[in-house]
Structures are given as C-alpha cells and as structure tokens.
Ligand binder design. Sequence first.
Ligand SMILES: Nc1nc2c(ncn2[C@@H]2O[C@H](COP(=O)(O)OP(=O)(O)OP(=O)(O)O)[C@@H](O)[C@H]2O)c(=O)[nH]1
Length: 889
Amino acid sequence: MQLAWIWCTRRVAPRSVGTCRRLLSSQAHPQHSQLSKTRNIGIIAHIDAGKTTTTERMLYYSGHTRRIGDVDEGSTVTDFLPAERARGITIQSAAITFNWPPSDPKSVPQDLPSSFDTTLRSSISHNVNLIDTPGHADFTFEVLRSLRVLDGAVCILDGVAGVEAQTEKVWTQAGHYHIPRIIFINKLDRDGAAFSRTVKEVGVRLHGWPAVCQIPWWKGGSGEFIGVGDVVHLRGMLWRGATDGSQIQPSSLQELEANNPEFAEEIKKARIALVELLSEHDDGMVELFLEHDEDHLAIPGTQIVESLRRVVLQTPQTVIPIFAGASFRNIGVQPLLDAVVDLLPTPLERPEPEISLDHRKGTLAELLAGAASAESAPVAKTKGKNAKTTAAATSGVNVPEARNLQACALAFKVVNDAKRGILVYVRVYSGSIDRGSILFNTNLLTAERAPRLLKMYANDAVEVDSIQVGQIGVITGLKHARTGDTLIVYKGLTTRTQPAGGLASLQLRPIHVPPPVFFTSIEPNSLSEQKHVLDSLSILLREDPSLQLSTDEESGQTHLAGMGDLHLEIARDRLLNDFKAKARIGKIEIGYRETPTTSTTPYTHTLDRTIASKPAKATAVASISPSLPSPQQDHPDQDPYKTTYTSEDGNIITITHPTLSLASPTTTSSHLPPTLTLPQILTSIHAGASAALARGPLNHFPLANTAVDIHFDAATHIHPETTPTAISTATRAAVAASLRAANESSANVMMEPVMRVTVFVNEAALGSVVQDLSSARGGQVISLDGGSEEDDGGSGVDDGEVLRINPARIYAPPDPFTSGGAAVDVGGGLDNGQRQIVARVPLKEMVGYLNHLRALTGGRGTFVMGVDGFEKMGSQRQKEVLDGMREFV
Ligand SMILES: Nc1nc2c(ncn2[C@@H]2O[C@H](COP(=O)(O)OP(=O)(O)OP(=O)(O)O)[C@@H](O)[C@H]2O)c(=O)[nH]1
C-alpha cells in the first residue's frame, strides 16, 4: 500500500496496560488546551550539518511553502539575509510558525485525548514555533539567546562528520538550560556516512545514552540510502514514488521478514536494545515489559513513545532519542516532525523562567504567586501549608504590585525586515500582549505602544489580536525594543509612567554578553552621510547586542566591536550592502584592553551646562584602582546603600549612595526630586562610568580589570537641574579624569584576549598540534583528554559534571561503510583515534588557525574556542602589536 503520509495510518494502536499516565486534559482551560498543542523548538548543530536544508523540508511538508528551498541556490526561507544567502550559512536565527501535522484551516481544531495510551500526539495538528539557529562559533551568542526561549531542541548531526566541536558546545549550553533534545543524524546519503560511529560518538561526546529509534535502510544492505527502519513501530519506511519525498511506503515487520530478512532482524535487535535502555531509566517501561511477558517486541509503539517522552523530559536528560535521514534527499523529515510533537515538551511542561527584580532572584511564578497571596490572604506570609505561597513569600521577589502585571515577555530577536520594518520577536511568559498594549521596557526604562502583532508563517505574516502566554510572535512598529529586552504590560501604565513596586527592574532570564574581542572603525564618507550611518548602526545594535559601539570623542571615530572576525565581517556587509551606508570601514582588529597599575584619590566633577536646550547640573565623585582579574556576574549587595556592577572584562563599578536605600528604592527620598528614582540614578551612573571605561588614556583601548568607586550623596550631588543625562555625563567626566590621573602617575599596561581552545585531532597528529600550540603560538596546554580516559567500566556513572559512557554498551546497527580513517572498534569502545586538547592561547595567535590545523591533521581536525580572559602583555609584545595596527583597508 502506498500512502501520501504514513502518519495517517497509525492513529490507533491496541490499548494495553493501565499504568499511570500523565494526563493532558483537553477539557481544561482553553489556553491550557492550546498550550498543550504548542511546541517552541530550535534546531541546533555544527555549521553545515543541514539545519537550513531540514527546516526547508519541514516548511514544505507542513504546507507552508509550495517548493523546497535550496541552500546552494540561495532560495531558502529561513536564511533570508542577503549575506546569509550569499554565504550559504545561517547568521540570524529565524522564528517561523507552522502546523504539524498540517491542518486544514477550515476544519475545527481537534482536542487532544485525555490519555496517550493508544493515540499519538502527532496524530493531531500542533502549532510548532521553530527557531533556526546559526552554527558558526562567532554566532554562539545568537544561539544562546535563542536557547532561552526554547522548550525543546532537535540537534542535527552530519552523518559523515559525526559529533563536531561546535555541536558539543551548543549541546552543553542547551543542557545548562535543561532543554530536552532529540538527535537527527543527517546526510546518510553521502559517501562515508557512518551512522553507528555517530551514535557512539553521541554517547561518548554528548554524554547521554543514545536511544536508537530508527536505523538506516541501505538498498541491498550496502547500497543507496533509501529509507529507515522504524524501531518504535516495528516497520520499514521507504521513500519512493515522489521526488519531493512526500510519499512514504510502509512495510510491516512480517513483510520485511519475507523480503529483507537481515534488515528485519536488525530492527528487532534495535527494538530489544531500545526496550532494555528505556527499562533502565523509566519504571513505566519495566512495568510494560513485565505485562507483555518480557517480550520486547510485544510492547505497542505508542507505549514506547510515551516512555521515550518521559525519559526525554527527565532532568538531567540522560537518554537521547536518535533519528536518521538525509534531508537533501527528502528522507526522514516527516517522522522527525512526528518526534518533535510526540517527544518534546509543551510550554506547560517547562520550568518557570528565572527573573531578577532589584538585584533579587526568583521565578516569575514566585512573583505572581506572591502577589496573588498578598491580595487574597496577607497572613500567608508566614510558613504555611501552601508550599508555593511560602516559596513566594520567601523568594525575595514578592511584591504586591505584581498583581497589576498583565503580561511579561522577552524580546529575543529584533530583525530589520526590508518590507515590514523592524520586527521584534517575543516569547510571552505570562498573560497576553494585546494589540495596542503599552509595553514597558525594563532594560531601557521606557514605555511604547505595540501597534501591530503578527505570527510569522514562512514567507507570510498574519496579523493577530494578541500573543498569548507560551507563544512566540512578532511586534511591529516598536521604536526602542532591542534583542534581549524584557517587556511588561502593567495595569494603569501610560507611556509616561513607570510600574511601581520595583517592577521597572524586572528582568527575564538575564544573560551575560561575553566581552567582544574584535573591533573595527567606521567613518562616514561625508558629514551628510553621518546620520544614515549612525541610524543603520543603531538598528544593527538593536538586532544584535553582542555588537558594541563606542565613539572616540577626540578622533570622532566610531568603533564597532564583536565576537569574531566573521561576526564583524557580516556587520560590515550588512551596513554597506543592506543599509547602503556610505562609510569607510577599517581593518578588523583584535580588541586589546588596557588596565591601570595604580590607584587614584577621589575626583569631583560638577557638570553645569545646557543639554538639549535645557539647563543640566549634576555632581559626581569617582576614584579608580586595579581590580582582580576575575570576571563575575552582578551580585546582590548585602548593604542596601551600595550597588555593585561587574563586567565580563573584569571591571567592577561600585556605587555608594549613603542617603538612598535599595531596601525601598522607589520610596521618594527627601533628597530626590519627584522625577528621579534610585534605579534611574544607578542606571545613569552605570552608563556614565561604562562610557568612560570604553576608552583608556594610554592607547584608547577599553579598560579591563579596573575598579571604579563612585560616591553619590543625594544631599549634595543632586541639584534642581539634575536629570539622568546630567548624572551620566558628570560621572563619565569624573571617571575619565581619574583614569587619566592614574595613567599619568604610572602608565597603564595593555592586555590581550586569551582564548580557551578545545581542539579535536586524530591520534597521529596529536604531537604536532600540541607542539604548534605550545611553542609556535605561545599557548599553554591545560589537558589532553582523549577517548581512552572515558572508560569507567561501563556503568555510566555521573561524576558530578558529565555522564561517562562506555561505547561498548551502546547499541548501534553495523555500518556498511566507514569514513576515511575513522574506524570504529565496537568491541573495545570508541576508538576513532580522536583526541582532545584543551589549551589557553592568545587570540592573536589563533587568527587563521583553522587552515593551519587542517594542514596539520590532513583536514580532520576541528576546534572551538571562547574567551578565557585578558592577560597583561610584556612591553616588547605591546610594542609589536601597536606597530602593526591602525591601518585602513
Ligand atoms: N548530501 C547531502 N547534503 C546535504 C544534506 N543536508 C544538507 N546538505 C548540504 O549541506 C550543506 C549545508 O547545508 P545547510 O542546510 O546550509 O546547513 P546548515 O546547518 O544550515 O549550515 P549553517 O547555516 O551554515 O549553520 C548544503 O550544501 C546542503 O545542500 C543531506 O542530507 N545530504
């Protein structure tokens, strides 16, 4: 029998056991019903693994596009920036909504059943919000930003290259956010594809037990890749009949036994291994196994799916479902979509988002529960029966004003769309954003109206009246919101007021932007071009907060700093080509820092001048000193009269505000005019000090490892003309003067970025790579961490950090072919000759390293790196670096 969609054939399976199941009642609240049919998922992987190719198929099969886009022809939907299409890589993550399985828009949406014992979730249409993320290391921050809003992820691996360095990095980051993940091994049509080796690498390098749910089907056992063996539902799936992959021919196990006995045998072996693995991690599967007379093959596929779902949702996730395919050949994508719906969580099944409020930390639920309990029963503050209330009351984010909170959302991505203008992608975490709502931006402390709301469906945008909790949508027409900003809707808010109770400082899942290590200078071609250049830059910065802009007031030059050379190259291309800005862009250079070697005494600066035609006056007192080189996160101060900000550069800004207490930040102090609040003052001081730290007196590099102490006495430093701008300008002047004074008394020294580099090489190249890193590049090898040290006797013990797995205990079907030189020793464990070197190396020595590594390793070596910190340079190295800089292309 030939069917257009195989999933149509398996609506119902025989009801079997009565084990306790998690019920997702469709009779509950309508919003609950909608959320239980929503998946917010991301696709993560190494560059070129096939994310965009797979996404294009997802959109096609779900009925949102009429033809399949091709990365190589530059006709994809998700890679929509010209720079992305030209390079064939994804830079900006795109968020797109579609339905899976596809639904007829005219039909009445179906409710989910009350139990999934006999019905699969994927038999009912779900709303999938898909976020495609970039794979290149320079865009890791973009990946991190996307990860925050995901409820689950599909990790795509290249079946020839296996688990690559960048995959490991993003996988680990997703693990930190506790995001449930499944794996799709792609490109199985390519010569040298090695499914088995890749499965074992998943175990060893991604530290989880691979649950093989599909095995590849090669024609005649070793020919062309034609389909998959479905281990869960015990059948074969053959893609044939239509070139677009829309027709799948299923074969039952009995049919396979008659026509393809070896393949049938392997599916059975895989099923036994899957049931055994699930039994080790899920008590429900043990029960099922016993109820089916210990027959691995007798357990219905629907029950296996439920068990897989339970283990995927465990924290930490130790079992990783594996699927197989070749997106480019249109094989495997529909069952992968079924797995997304069947195995990945709904927004209701995710932990509550973390928030910070006036430097205190908690969860959004605690804030809302605290407000609700304060309203209904003020006595609930004492430890009572209701654990939630108690948690809320003691969490530190308990403010009664939160009862006025109508919505809370994260702007996780801003895109400048040629047709529609600025699009702000949001994930709503509580309440709903309605068209026309006033949104208060807690990062910028400004309010603006949301004029239009959209849902993005591939190339189409559909206007909607509201974006509900748990959903992803787009707001257009916002003038200020940037990527990463928290937006709240608050009862009674106008565009001129601020929410009370400290809610103006509410931040959802704040993340730290790593320090930029490359920069370039930008000079408009003429004065008349200046405005357009600056406007374009400000849009780029709204889109991507990992770009930083600073202006050298003396030279008038603007500096744009970023995470990597590709990051800045793309920014440059976008500025010149997309925004048509007319500017000279300098060479992309390493972002050195400078640091003071001595301390200063407090310096007082009083600003008294006209700003924007209004008198402005403020006083600031600052001193500086060298700080310890340990980048840390902002932390709450015990002292309510003191506020500390730390940066990734190791800068520490400490503000003492003796007459103003953080314990009651919004209570108007007798020293404060009604227009100023303590949070506004702190934000202005922080902005002023940060601006001064952006340009050092020695060589105009930003400062690192610098402690700034600011004394702010409201009694004497506030004047009738004091505004937030005046405070920040006065602070900037006081800090800059202190920095100059320190440099004059004892010269600053330069610092260079040092990277933590993880290199994967074959055993044979280990010696030469280590030698190159430590001698030629001046690096320091920290560890050699090869495959052999992983073995713990096969028990898979969690050593507190990662799960070490013996690959000999992992089931994987035999590979008919192995890729060049990467043999798998299935008996003794994974030994594909891969070794891992971890080293600290100055960034300057890592420029162009990939080509060099490829030459040393016969093309097989890969590496990832991240900033480890900044280190002081000797005077000779400092001179060499300065001599080679400041040259325009
Ligand atoms: N043979 C084969 N090639 C594939 C397959 N999937 C993707 N490719 C090719 O692999 C290359 C990279 O594919 P993309 O889809 O752009 O990969 P990506 O992961 O989105 O890459 P980035 O956006 O750069 O991170 C393209 O040339 C694709 O045509 C596959 O299943 N088989």
